[in-house]
Design a protein around this ligand. Structure first.
Ligand code: TMP
Ligand code: ASP
Length: 253
């Protein structure tokens, strides 16, 4: 880890210089934060599981023609990614009311939404990632109208696909957050999915019991946080064998 140049350190991940130009290494930490860093903790083994879960989901998306930054997993905590210019927005897709939507609009958590709703938040920790509209985004130049169209249609395709994928393993995709980046290839720019897709960035409820199997267990102090991440990985068929309860000390190889 220390050999490479550190490009950026976020709350849950570190980006290092990659082995070739145009690539980066994304390292997954066990650190967890919520409520814009006001709550901090460690979820043992989370980095290992999110590395695998995000790999699995991004590979599946690639197979159906949705471009992502993912290249390949390198080891237990690291993956090789394409270097992109991150668009400073978080795109949230919601199917069922929960979290900030329930709070803001007074809709009881668990209420199915009349249709999937796409929201944009500005990535700005100092401001607490405020909700913004297309008007703000295009007026201030955070993304062009064409970028926004691409992000919206990709987000809805991801929602359709992942809703089915998770239902197949008994999980309801309540909502999730995507980040996007601009990737240049031979003078051409295209928008790809970046960051991660994992129980840190999705709400996943058990179909039968409505049990929460995502970061809300940490946010709301529900307990069994590690077990929830393991359960998601297990259902997707990607829990590394013999690692249950033993992911804490796994570092990059
Ligand atoms: P919210 O209900 O708190 O706005 O969250 C909506 C979805 O976005 C939920 O699946 C969790 C995810 N999310 C992140 O990945 N990062 C964040 O900083 C926030 C606030 C939410
Ligand atoms: N990741 C965000 C933070 O630290 C919020 C969240 O996921 O709830 O604050």
């Amino acid at each position: 880890m220390s050999r490479r140049r550190r490009i950026y350190e976020g709350k849950a991940k570190v980006l290092f210089e990659g082995p070739e130009p145009g690539t980066l290494v994304q390292y997954f930490k066990d650190d967890a934060t919520a409520f814009n860093n006001r709550k901090q903790g460690v979820i043992s083994g989370k980095g290992v599981l999110n590395n695998r879960i995000s790999e699995y989901l991004m590979v599946r998306l690639g197979e159906i023609g949705i471009a992502t930054h993912f290249v390949r997993r390198l080891n237990m905590r690291e993956q090789l990614i394409r270097e992109v210019e991150i668009i400073p927005l978080e795109v949230v897709v919601r199917n069922i009311a929960a979290g900030s939507l329930s709070k803001r609009l007074g809709i009881i958590e668990g209420t199915p939404l009349p249709r999937s709703i796409v929201e944009y938040y500005l990535k700005n920790d100092d401001l607490g990632d405020p909700l913004v509209s297309e008007e703000h985004i295009t007026a201030f130049g955070w993304a062009a109208p064409q970028d926004l169209d691409d992000m919206m249609s990709m987000s809805l395709r991801v929602n359709d696909y992942l809703t089915g994928l998770f239902l197949g393993v008994g999980l309801r995709l309540v909502d999730f957050k995507l980040e996007f980046g601009r990737l240049w290839e031979n003078e051409e720019m295209r928008i790809v999915i970046a960051d991660e897709i994992s129980p840190d960035s999705c709400r996943l409820w058990d179909v039968k019991t409505n049990q929460k199997l995502d970061k809300d267990r940490f946010r709301e102090d529900l307990g069994a946080v590690e077990e929830a991440y393991q359960e998601v990985a297990r259902r997707l068929g990607i829990l590394p064998e013999g690692t249950v309860g033993d992911l804490t000390n796994v570092q990059a190889i």
